[in-house]
Design a protein. Sequence first.
Length: 177
Amino acid sequence: MKGVVFNLLEQLVARDFGEDTWDALLDASRLDGVYTSLGSYPDEDLVKLVSAASEALAMPADDVVSWLGRNALPLFAGYYPQLFEPHDCTRSFVLTLNDIIHPEVRKLYPGADVPEFDFKSRDGVLVMGYRSPRKLCSFAEGLLLGAGDHYGERLTIEQPLCMKRGDDQCVLEIGFA
């Protein structure tokens, strides 16, 4: 996992819950918390931090990961406006994940292991398939909701299939309002 994810988690925890909470999460997870944005770190470090946050904040782990994604999106938009400015809606932005966004992520963060997405439209709903050994579909859902916030749209997301429930892939059905 790239260090930028840990940097975002630290920034958002400190912003919303205070520096002391971040320090407490590091203590509870027995991690030193020294992450550089371009560095690569064990996925297990994120699992430990999310578990500690889940307990400390009395939130299910998936809710912590979704919160991270939703709150990280505005930071990404601030850091990389060139990825967001060509779009006037969430759907247009999301459909660039495989062809524009992830190649740019790989340029900015060499060695980044990004998920694979596939897209279909059905009855006005964008059906997004998600595959990743990390099974961070909650992060993807949070990022989607954050993108909706960014473009001033209210999204609905249903997840009929999930790798965490034993399915081959996660499927996110995204409605745009």
